[in-house]
Design a protein around this ligand. Structure first.
Ligand code: 5GP
Length: 209
């Protein structure tokens, strides 16, 4: 029996407030073969956030026990106090079943994933300028001014990492940005390095009769 094609591992990063979540959700709504990994975090839920949908919310103790059991693909201590991690089993299962999986994670996590999975596709989502990033953060209205300042300083460091990504998308008009993500996925699926099965069947003299 032919082995199923493994899914693409898509890493999406970008400063807080640039609309990564909106783009990822729109991409999934349009493509049933794309799944989103739900991360585990020790930060408190924001209003409207649902356990198992936005995050799996854990205490620091629970999180550290998961680390000890090797349950994370990668994990990170972000913004000084909170832990965030990507549960390994879901991602590996979905990829092996041929689903593409999106990880919406920070830049340090993205670099770790790239090391562990050199075939992962890294996309950086940004606003057109730092001042626009700041006003989107303030406009979101979910953080105190102190938290906004902290996240803005982080954003400044994050954009410096863009050269380590495969693609960069400015999220100005959502539809355009989602279309660009789809274009990237389409192109990546056609990479020769991902098409060994196709190459074999093209060269199969007996096949295609
Ligand atoms: P937020 O608290 O706004 O939901 O997320 C803060 C940051 O943590 C964002 O940059 C987000 O992408 C990142 N993040 C969320 N989940 C993970 C994860 O599992 N691993 C890593 N490394 N970063 C994550």
């Amino acid at each position: 029996m032919k082995q199923q094609r493994e899914g693409l591992l898509l890493v999406v990063s970008g400063p807080a407030g640039v609309g990564k979540g909106t783009l990822d959700k729109a991409l999934m709504d349009r493509n049933s073969k794309i799944k989103m990994s739900v991360s585990t975090t020790t930060r408190a839920p924001r209003p409207g956030e649902i356990e198992g949908v936005h995050y799996f919310f854990k205490t620091e103790e629970e999180f550290k026990a998961m680390v000890d059991r090797g349950e994370f693909l990668e994990y990170m201590h972000v913004f000084g106090s909170n832990y965030y991690g990507t549960p390994r089993s879901f991602v590996e299962q979905q990829l092996s079943h041929g689903f593409d999986v999106i990880l919406e994670i920070d830049v340090q996590g993205a670099m770790k994933v790239k090391q562990a999975f050199p075939n992962a596709v890294l996309i950086f989502i940004t606003a057109p300028s730092m001042s626009e990033i700041k006003s989107r953060l303030i406009g979101r209205g979910t953080e105190t001014m102190e938290q906004v300042e902290k996240r803005f300083a982080t954003a400044f460091e994050e954009v410096k990492m863009i050269p380590h990504y495969d693609y960069v998308i400015v999220n100005d008009v959502v539809d355009v940005a989602v279309h660009r993500m789809e274009a990237i996925l389409e192109a990546e699926r056609c990479r020769v390095s991902r098409s060994s099965e196709l190459l074999e069947s093209i060269q199969d003299i007996e096949g295609g009769k």
